[in-house]
Write a protein that binds this ligand. Structure first.
Ligand SMILES: *[C@@H]1O[C@H](CO)[C@@H](O)[C@H](O)[C@H]1NC(C)=O
Length: 618
C-alpha cells in the first residue's frame, strides 16, 4: 500500500472510531450501552500501587494511548478539507539587501554557529540527556520532567546548522527517552508541548526520520491525557502519575491564557502528519472556548492574565502582553497559516485582539533620543461606581512581550493590514531602544517607562522623568525626602526608565525573534547590523567556560553582580537559532513555507507539505 492510501485508510478508521465514540456519548440513556464513565461512578479497576512495580527494563513501553478516557470529547470538528488557500507571501526577499551586507552575513552566521557548537559540546560532555546544563557549576539539571529538554529542543537547530553527525547521535539518544517515567510530581504541559512535542515535530518535518514521529505520537498521547477533564480543558500543571492511576482530573482554577492555549499548533501539526484528528480537535475546542472568553472579558479582545478553566471563567482584571499571555496572541496568525487559511476563526481572534492591544496596551515611551517607538504595557480594569469599566495603563514592560513586533509583522502581512507593519516597526524599535539604553546593552526581564501624553508629539522632559522615578519609588518605599538624582545614580537607572523591577537577563530570545520576523517581512537592512551588534553584546556578556549564563543585573556594566547558574534550553533552541537564521539567506526556513511555534520550532505549512508529497508520489 502506498503512503497516500495508508493515510487515507488511517483517516477513515479514525473517523469511524470518532463517530462510534460520538454515538456512544449521544446514546447514554440506551439500556444496551454502558453509561459514560462519570467521576461518581468510576468503572475503572482499583489502581495498582506504582511503588510495587519498580521500573522494569523488559516491560514494553507504557502506552498513554491505551488509557481509557473518563470524558471523551462530545464535539468533534475535523480539520477543514480542501486545498489550502493561497496565502499572501510574507517574505520580502533579499533584493533589498546590499551585496556588502550579504557578504558580512557569512562570517556572522559562522560566529553564531561557533557559539552554538561550544554550548552543545559542554551540554554533551557535562549534562547529556538531562534537561539543562548549569553553566557555572557544570552540573546537570532536571527541572522540566527529566526527559532531556535541551536534547529534544535542539534537534532542529542541529539540522538547520548542518551538524548532521551530532543530529544523528542526538536522535539515537532521543529514542531512549522514557516519557512514561518521570520523577517530577508535576509536569508543565505547556513547556512539554512547545519544547518536546514541538521539537520532535520540527525535527521530523526537517529530517523525515520516523523515529522522531513515533516519539512525537507518544508525547502527544501523553499530553492528550491531560485533557481528560469534565470540560475537556487541559491541565497545565499536571500530575501525570494521577492520570496514570486513572484518578479524577479537573482543570485548574487559576491558569494562564498562554499555557492553556499552548496546544493548537503542535496538535494541529501532529494531526496533519498522522491523520489522527483527536489531537487537533482537542486543541481546537480549547480555542473555541477562548474565543468566547475573548468577547466576555473585562477588556473585550484581550484575555486576562488569570483564567479559571475549571469554571470556564475569564473575569480577572489584569491584562498583559507578557509571559501569561504571549503565546496565545502569537499563535493566532500562525494557527491560521498552519490550517492553510481555511478557518477564519483565528483571523477574527487576531483582529479583535490586536485592535484592543493597539488601543489599550501599547504606548509610546518618552525617551531622550526622541525616537517614535512603541512598547507593550499592562492594563488594569477597575469598575467605577456606576458599574462602568475604566482602564488604567501600567507602563510595565516584560522582555517576553517583545514577541509583539514579530506578531504584528506576520499578522499584518498575512491579513494585509498595512498599519500593523507600521506598529511592528515601532515595536521592534522599542525593544532595540530598551536594550541599547541599558548600561550593558541588553534588555532586563522587566522595566517601567514613562508613557507619553500624546502619541504624535513627545518631547523629552528631564524634570518629568525624575518626578516619575520619585513618585514610583515613593509608592514602594514612602520617603518624601527622597533625592531623585541620588536614587537614579545609585540604582543605575537609565534616562527614560522609571524602575527596573527585574534586572536579570535570562538569555531570552524574544527581541531577536521579532527582529528576525520583521527583517524577513520587510527586508529592513539596518536590522542585520543591529542584530549583529546585539549578538556580540550578548555573547561578550554571557559567555562563560561551559557555555552561556544568564545575567543578574543588566545595569551593572562593571560586572560586579555576575551570572546566574542557568543556561535555559531556549538559549540554543531559540536565541541562537534566530541569530543564525537572520544571518542566513531568506530562503532558509522561509516564513512562506514554515511557521515557528512559540518555542522556535518550525512546522511545515500545508502548501509546502503538499508540494513535497506530490513530488514523492511522482
Ligand atoms: C565583543 O568582544 C570582542 C572581542 O573581545 C570585541 O572585538 C567586540 O568589540 C566586542 N563587541 C561588543 C559589541 O561588545
Amino acid at each position: 500500500m502506498n503512503r497516500a492510501r495508508r493515510q487515507l485508510l488511517g483517516c477513515v478508521l479514525v473517523a469511524v472510531v470518532l463517530f462510534l465514540l460520538y454515538r456512544r456519548r449521544q446514546s447514554g440513556a440506551d439500556v444496551n450501552v454502558p453509561p459514560p464513565v462519570t467521576p461518581e461512578a468510576p468503572e475503572i479497576p482499583a489502581p495498582e500501587n506504582p511503588e510495587e512495580h519498580p521500573h522494569d527494563e523488559t516491560k514494553p513501553p507504557y502506552l498513554w494511548r491505551d488509557l481509557p478516557l473518563r470524558f471523551p470529547p462530545t464535539v468533534i470538528e475535523l480539520l477543514p478539507e480542501g486545498s489550502p488557500r493561497d496565502l499572501p507571501g510574507l517574505q520580502a526577499g533579499s533584493e533589498h539587501v546590499s551585496r556588502i551586507t550579504l557578504w558580512h552575513q557569512q562570517s556572522r552566521k559562522a560566529a553564531v554557529k561557533e557559539a552554538f557548537q561550544r554550548c552543545w559540546k559542554s551540554y554533551k560532555n557535562l549534562a547529556w540527556q538531562t534537561d539543562e546544563l548549569a553553566p557555572l557549576s557544570g552540573l546537570p539539571q532536571n527541572g522540566l520532567g527529566g526527559w532531556g529538554t535541551t536534547l529534544v529542543d535542539n534537534l532542529d537547530t542541529l539540522w538547520i546548522m548542518g551538524m548532521h553527525d551530532e543530529f544523528n547521535e542526538a536522535v539515537e539518544a532521543v529514542t531512549q527517552i522514557r516519557y512514561e517515567d518521570t520523577q517530577s510530581p508535576e509536569i508543565n504541559t505547556h513547556e512539554t508541548n512547545t519544547r518536546h512535542l514541538g521539537g520532535l515535530l520540527a525535527a521530523y518535518d526537517l529530517s523525515g526520520d520516523r523515529r522522531l514521529l513515533d516519539k512525537a505520537v507518544h508525547v502527544g498521547d501523553m499530553l492528550y491525557a491531560a485533557f481528560d477533564t469534565p470540560n475537556r480543558m487541559p491541565i497545565t500543571h499536571w500530575d501525570s502519575h494521577r492520570a496514570e492511576r486513572q484518578e479524577e482530573q479537573l482543570a485548574e482554577e487559576a491558569t494562564s491564557p498562554s499555557e492553556v492555549s499552548s496546544f493548537v499548533l503542535e496538535f494541529t501539526r501532529l494531526s496533519q502528519i498522522t491523520g489522527d484528528q483527536r489531537y487537533s480537535n482537542a486543541a481546537h475546542q480549547v480555542m473555541v472556548r477562548l474565543q468566547l472568553a475573548q468577547d466576555m472579558s473585562k477588556l473585550p479582545g484581550m484575555w486576562p492574565v488569570v483564567l479559571n478553566t475549571r469554571a470556564n471563567m475569564a473575569d480577572s482584571d489584569k491584562f498583559t502582553m507578557g509571559p501569561e499571555a504571549d503565546s496565545l496572541y502569537k499563535s493566532l496568525p500562525k494557527a491560521y497559516a498552519l490550517l492553510g487559511g481555511r478557518l477564519s476563526m483565528y483571523r477574527t481572534m487576531y483582529e479583535k485582539a490586536t485592535r484592543t492591544v493597539a488601543s489599550h496596551s501599547l504606548f509610546r515611551p518618552m525617551n531622550a533620543q526622541g525616537k517614535d517607538i512603541l512598547v507593550p504595557g499592562s492594563v488594569q480594569v477597575t469598575m467605577t461606581q456606576n458599574g462602568k469599566p475604566r482602564t488604567h495603563l501600567e507602563p510595565q514592560v516584560h522582555h517576553r512581550a517583545c514577541f509583539a513586533g514579530g506578531m504584528f509583522a506576520v499578522g499584518g502581512a498575512l491579513f494585509n493590514i498595512p498599519i500593523h507593519r507600521k506598529i511592528a516597526n515601532k515595536l521592534v524599535d522599542g525593544c532595540i531602544w530598551a536594550s541599547q539604553a541599558m548600561p550593558m546593552g541588553i534588555m532586563p526581564e522587566v522595566y517601567e517607562a514613562v508613557p507619553c501624553a500624546s502619541q504624535t508629539s513627545c518631547p523629552w522632559n528631564e524634570w518629568h522623568w525624575k518626578q516619575e522615578v520619585w513618585k514610583k519609588e515613593n509608592t514602594v518605599n514612602p520617603d518624601p525626602s527622597l533625592d531623585a538624582d541620588a536614587f537614579i545614580r545609585d540604582h543605575r537607572i537609565p534616562r527614560g526608565f522609571i524602575a527596573i523591577p527585574d534586572t536579570r537577563y535570562n538569555l531570552r530570545p524574544d527581541t531577536i525573534e521579532s527582529i528576525f520576523m520583521l527583517y524577513r517581512v520587510t527586508g529592513r537592512e539596518d536590522l542585520l547590523d543591529t542584530a549583529w551588534e546585539m549578538f556580540e553584546t550578548i555573547q561578550n556578556a554571557t559567555r562563560v567556560e561551559n557555555g552561556n549564563a544568564g545575567l543578574v543585573d543588566v545595569t551593572d556594566d562593571q560586572g560586579e553582580t555576575g551570572h546566574t547558574d542557568l543556561m535555559e534550553s531556549y538559549w540554543m533552541a531559540q536565541t541562537l537559532k534566530y541569530f543564525y537564521l537572520i544571518f542566513s539567506t531568506p530562503d532558509i526556513l522561509s516564513l512562506d513555507d514554515y511557521v515557528f511555534n512559540s518555542a522556535g520550532h518550525p512546522f511545515k505549512l500545508p502548501r509546502l507539505a503538499e508540494m513535497e508529497k506530490a513530488f514523492e508520489l511522482q
